[in-house]
Design a protein around this ligand. Structure first.
Ligand SMILES: Cc1ncc(C[n+]2csc(CCOP(=O)(O)OP(=O)(O)O)c2C)c(N)n1
Ligand SMILES: [Mg+2]
Length: 374
């Protein structure tokens, strides 16, 4: 019988790997006000997700829904390290990134409620947060599908900066992916093109160690040393701490500056963990309670609070006040979503690129269009 045991190796040499990875120049640590802003964002994401779970259980949200609790530091720290007009493209676990990028939580919540007030008029739902104004080019439900889009966005900014404007490429795209996407062919096609064409895109692997119920060791070759995935394409790699927003920011800032300067791609692995199940219906039988407790005891929000108290003497009352303000903001978002009208049927064929009739005559007309549809 074939054995797969030989594939499973530990990451005991991880420190050595970190040392051997691309040498990052150390970016400056941000000051107190910036850190308080990040704490607010991380608390906002967590509270938003808690309310999302409640709304889902109350059947106000339907369809697929993936919770980002535990991973907040990755979105907040990495997005803070780039400019507001640097494009972002995401997988489906996307609420946290949308909020970190500046989407008003009410548009994000209404999107999940399937209401007209949502960022995609309620037609996308949880997995498809889109906000062109904030250069957020969508959450994507097909695992890995966003990786060629990330390369394409970087191609677009490079083309615009260099060819249309005749200057130097000055943008960098953040393209997030989960560890499950490491096993999708399109990711390797995207890295190949990104390397060949010197595209300034950072592939941000959020390694939360599971792809649905499959641990990375069981589903991904060379899981103990993911450098090889990008080195095959001549793309630099770094491992960053996905639980420490300050360190993560500093690393990302150095990487983003380098990508911008050199117009080259990069592969960053952020070590993180999702506290909740894969989606709303996941009993988490594939991992132990002990493992979850260990991960939750190293929480990014708790660490940042401690840091603020110890380094800047921020009082616990001040921290509580931020938490209360965030709670109120999310409550309002839920109310706003609740009060937003259902998306009408005649919206169905709006905002799509195709002419739904096409050039063909005589095709049958969808029934709903007889009722004053598009
Ligand atoms: C091409 C494709 N295959 C399978 C699925 C089903 N699927 C949805 S989510 C998921 C797991 C992906 O895990 P990962 O990339 O680690 O992201 P995470 O959920 O951990 O954020 C799978 C297999 C899919 N959406 N697309
Ligand atoms: Mg995963």
């Amino acid at each position: 019988m074939m054995s797969t045991e030989f594939l499973i190796q530990t990451r005991e040499n991880i420190d050595e790997m970190k040392d051997n990875a691309f040498q990052l120049t150390q970016a400056e640590a941000p000051g107190k006000e910036v850190l308080l802003g990040w704490l607010r964002q991380m608390l906002l994401i967590r509270e938003f997700e808690v309310r999302t779970m409640q709304a889902y259980q109350n059947r106000l949200i339907g369809g697929f829904c993936h919770i980002y609790i535990g991973q907040e530091a990755v979105a907040v720290g990495s997005i803070a390290a780039v400019n507001p007009d640097d494009p972002i493209v995401l997988a489906y676990r996307d609420h946290g990134h949308a909020l970190a990028r500046g989407m008003d939580p009410k548009y994000c919540m209404a999107e999940m409620f399937g209401r007209i007030g949502g960022c995609a008029k309620g037609k996308g739902g949880s997995m498809h947060m889109f906000d062109a104004e904030h250069y957020l080019y969508g959450g994507h439900g097909i695992v890995g599908a966003q990786t060629p889009l990330g390369a394409g966005l970087a191609f677009a900014t490079k083309y615009e900066d260099e060819v249309i404007k005749g200057g130097k490429s000055s943008h960098v795209t953040l393209c997030y992916l989960g560890d499950g996407a490491l096993n999708q062919g399109c990711f390797y096609e995207a890295m190949n093109l990104a390397s060949l064409q010197d595209l300034p895109v950072i592939f941000v692997l959020e390694n939360n160690r599971y792809s649905m119920g499959t641990s990375i060791e069981r589903g991904t070759s060379m899981a103990h040393d993911l450098r090889v995935k990008s080195e095959a394409h001549g793309i630099h790699h770094a491992i960053v701490d996905g639980k420490n927003v300050i360190d993560l920011y500093k690393d990302f800032k150095s990487i983003a500056d380098w990508c911008r300067e050199e117009s080259r791609p990069f592969f960053v692995e952020a070590e993180t963990y999702r506290y909740k199940g894969h989606s709303m219906s996941d009993p988490r039988k594939y991992r132990t309670k002990d493992e979850e407790l260990v991960e939750e005891s190293n929480d990014s929000i708790a660490s940042l609070k401690n840091y603020l108290s110890e380094e800047y003497d921020v009082a616990s009352d001040a921290l509580k006040q931020i938490a209360q303000q965030v709670k109120a903001q999310v409550k309002q978002a839920v109310e706003w979503a609740n009060n937003s009208p259902e998306t009408p049927m005649n919206e169905l064929y709006k905002d799509v690129f195709t002419d739904h009739w096409g050039p063909y005559a005589g095709t049958s007309k969808p029934e709903m269009l007889d009722e004053g549809g598009a």
